[in-house]
Design a protein around this ligand. Structure first.
Ligand SMILES: NC(=O)c1ccc[n+]([C@@H]2O[C@H](COP(=O)([O-])OP(=O)(O)OC[C@H]3O[C@@H](n4cnc5c(N)ncnc54)[C@H](OP(=O)(O)O)[C@@H]3O)[C@@H](O)[C@H]2O)c1
Length: 290
């Protein structure tokens, strides 16, 4: 497969720094997800795969020019899908889908960080499923982007009286789920907005701080905290993965699901790409192209 594009995801930065629970055996070519075009097939492989736009399996060493992939682990994509968008299909859209799963149409959810890749997928997929979103942002400048995606409400993460404003917004409706990829004190801020007995679903810690949940929320309001990890989800339900990725690719093709791009760099420019990927001011994903 000729690799066409691959993002630098936060997990990639953790892996290359040696801070992720699943590390490849070194030496390795890094990267988690990516997309390519089939240029040659091996013996016994259906030749109709030739020239197909194909999603690489997880951890197929996509920061490279070429990849050799077992056909059984490849997923054929619509040929006219933009490779830059397609290369971001495998990680964040299915995570967002899992994080909103089980909420009935018409329900509200609160989430942080609203402007991250997962957060933006949550806003778009929640809208498709008839859910209402309340998103917290770290930078005020991100508000317009989230509103354009269909966010119902956007609050700065330091908003005073957040619980009061959230409860006024939803009227008498229930709010039972907070979705958190920020970690730190924001977990408790969102937990304070939930109905008693609600749940915080934690998928990350962009702040690099552990999730904080006060006694008031955990004991007196019986708010629980549950972790989510796509890696385990895929291992538990491997048969479901291809079907839902194809469904998400169709949403991408119809431009109902769009991921934000901060910049596209050639592999040779990887130092500049890494500098932008690590920057706290970037908007969207940094993409590598061989
Ligand atoms: N559990 C899983 O299966 C799973 C799946 C996907 C991702 N993740 C993890 O989830 C986290 C978010 O991923 P992502 O892809 O959405 O990230 P992303 O696209 O890189 O965006 C990071 C977001 O975090 C915000 N942020 C950065 N520093 C922060 C801080 N100190 N306090 C609060 N917010 C902060 C940023 O705010 P600005 O918008 O203002 O820059 C941005 O919105 C990462 O840790 C990632 O590894 C986990």
């Amino acid at each position: 497969m000729r690799v066409l594009a691959s993002p630098i995801d936060p997990v990639d930065l953790l892996v290359v720094a040696g801070h992720y629970p699943v590390l490849p055996a070194f030496q390795t070519v890094p990267g988690l997800e990516g997309v390519g075009r089939v240029e040659a097939v091996g013996e016994g492989v259906d030749p109709s795969w030739l020239d197909s736009l194909t999603l690489l399996p997880m951890r197929a060493c996509p920061w490279a020019t070429w990849a050799i992939i077992p056909q059984s682990k490849s997923l054929r994509l619509p040929g006219d899908l933009d490779p830059i968008q397609a290369c971001m299909l495998r990680l964040n859209p299915p995570s967002a889908l899992d994080l909103i799963a089980g909420l009935a149409p018409g329900s509200w959810l609160i989430q942080s960080p609203g402007a991250g890749a997962v957060g933006q997928c949550i806003i778009q997929l929640a809208k498709m499923h008839g859910l209402h979103t309340i998103s917290l942002i770290r930078r005020e400048s991100r508000r317009g982007r989230l509103e354009d995606l269909g966010a119902d409400a956007v609050f700065h993460q330091d908003t005073k009286g957040l619980r009061r404003q959230v409860r006024a917004l939803i009227g008498g409706a229930h709010l039972t789920r907070a979705i958190d990829g920020s970690g730190g004190p924001l977990v408790d801020r969102m937990a304070s907005c939930l109905d008693p007995g609600g749940e915080v679903l934690c998928y990350g810690a962009a702040s690099r701080q552990p999730a904080q949940l006060s006694v008031r929320n955990s004991v007196f309001n019986e708010i629980s905290l549950r972790g989510y990890w796509l890696y385990r989800e895929n291992a538990t339900h491997p048969q479901a993965e291809a079907g839902r990725l194809s469904a998400l690719a169709a949403e991408m093709q119809a431009q109902r699901l769009t991921l934000e791009v901060a910049g596209v760099f050639s592999l040779k420019d990887w130092p500049a790409a890494f500098a932008l990927a690590r920057s706290g001011e970037r908007c969207g994903r940094v993409i590598l192209q061989p």
